[in-house]
Design a protein around this ligand. Structure first.
Ligand SMILES: *Cc1c(COP(=O)(O)O)cnc(C)c1O
Length: 428
């Protein structure tokens, strides 16, 4: 092998995977085993003390899942990664070591609808809270951070409003405040955007979407940059003796891998939101073709968005991949290879026309998912963003007259033809 660092296309296939030492199997085997045999009592003790790496029990670690973790850490440029059962589980795993009763996260008001609900209501039961702010208003972000803030949270490309976050500017604010920036990179994937290069501390993913890429799996991942100083006094779960792990100090013991080890030894062990090895296998298969798929997703999305933009019945298209988007310049800096394939458009005829349009489509499926090989459509206001107030819906880019598209890998002409015939029926 040459000294050159392998490129993304190579790493998406090879990172984390090596021929199986027992059988020579070239593809990563699905290690469908709950437990792993200890060599002897000393080996077992070393594993439980985290003095030696190995496999104990699949709630904590599993070889198939470990291959996926190594691949995700490599693709995102992180020190370590931990997979879990869903994107929402990854968000809880990211916040869990940082937060406590009375503490808060400062979050963008442009987030996936499920995340708005999780942050507005569910985390309150843990005594945590979220403050939602417009992340284009940097002064407001800075002002929202107080002495009880323990994290700043945003999406790189926000679902679903065609919005791109100025990650470098937000990271600078988080740094000054001594709190980590957590970036949900689901819509971009590490092929289009690598948040750690823009200053993110932690990256979270719903692997359910583009990473697996074909609508088969629910999974999540948390990647740690390994760059944050957890000993700044705000994060005792990472810097002080951990009573639930015989007094271990994660930061002192594991340095750049402190968060990763904490997420496995405490998060997965006690919260139990484990990814199963079968799901990890599907996701590994998906990631092998990530760059090829994302290039096509982006190219198709540009064609469909351009076609919609010139149609008289369409009020507006919000897609950062269009030169008309206010976020097009930011795209060149944050995700230069493309703005992913998720965007919204609004119909002049409003809510009723949106409902008719969705009913008239044949090729596009009406589902609450995104990042599939198939083109998908949803009327967010009546589905994924239904639990939100109208003001929250508008802030999230999911107003009542707006539909969201996730453009798939079909022939762009066929996607356009289906939208064209449905628009004829919806806007008579
Ligand atoms: C889908 C999604 C989530 C939640 O992921 P699940 O795997 O469904 O739990 C979080 N963030 C974004 C941006 C998403 O698209």
């Amino acid at each position: 092998m040459s000294e050159k660092t392998p490129g993304f296309d190579t790493l998406q296939i090879h990172a984390g995977a090596r021929p199986d030492p027992a059988t020579g199997a070239r593809q990563v085997p699905i290690y469908q085993s709950t437990a792993f045999v200890f060599r002897d009592a000393d080996h077992a003790a070393a594993l439980f003390n985290l003095q030696e790496l190995g496999y104990i029990y699949s709630r904590l670690t599993n070889p198939t899942v470990a291959a996926l973790q190594e691949r995700m850490a490599t693709l995102e440029g992180g020190a370590g990664a931990v997979c879990c059962a869903s994107g929402h589980a990854a968000q809880i795993m990211a916040l869990y070591p940082l937060m406590g009763p009375g503490l808060n996260v400062v979050a963008s008001n442009r987030l996936y609808g499920g995340t708005v609900t999780q942050f507005s209501h569910t985390i309150r039961r843990f005594g945590w809270s979220a403050k939602f702010v417009d992340f284009d208003d940097l002064a407001a972000v800075e002002a929202a951070i107080d002495e009880n803030t323990r994290a700043v949270f945003c999406e790189s490309i926000a679902n679903p409003g065609g919005y791109i976050t100025d990650l470098d500017a937000i990271a600078a604010i988080s740094d000054r405040a001594g709190v980590p920036l957590i970036v949900d990179n689901t819509t971009a994937t590490p092929y289009l955007c690598r948040p750690i290069e823009h200053g993110a501390t932690l990256v979270v993913h719903s692997m359910t979407k583009y990473l697996t890429g074909n609508g088969t799996v629910t999974g999540g991942c948390l990647i740690d940059s390994g760059k944050f100083d957890w000993s700044n006094g705000k994060f005792p779960a990472l810097s002080e003796p951990e009573p639930a792990y015989h007094g271990l100090k994660f930061h002192e013991t594991f340095g750049p891998l402190a968060f990763t080890f904490n997420a496995i030894a405490i998060g997965l062990r006690d919260l139990g939101m484990t990814l199963n090895p079968q799901a990890a296998h599907y996701t590994l298969m998906g990631i092998e073709t990530l760059s090829l798929r994302m290039d096509r997703h982006c190219a198709n999305a540009v064609k469909v968005a351009e076609w919609l933009e010139q149609d008289d019945r369409v009020a507006r298209v919000t897609y950062a991949g269009l030169p008309s988007s206010p976020y097009h310049d930011r795209m060149a800096r944050i995700c230069p290879k493309g703005a992913s394939s998720l965007f919204t458009f609004a119909l002049k005829d409003g809510y009723e026309a949106c409902v008719k349009l969705i009913g008239a489509l044949n090729l596009l499926s009406h589902v609450a998912n995104l990042g599939d090989t198939r083109s998908l459509i949803i009327h967010s206001a009546s589905t994924t963003h239904r639990q939100l107030t109208e003001a929250q819906q508008i802030a999230a880019g999911a107003a009542p007259d707006v539909v969201r598209l996730s453009i798939g890998l079909e022939d762009a002409d066929d996607i356009i033809a289906d939208l064209s015939q449905a628009l004829d029926k919806a806007c008579a």
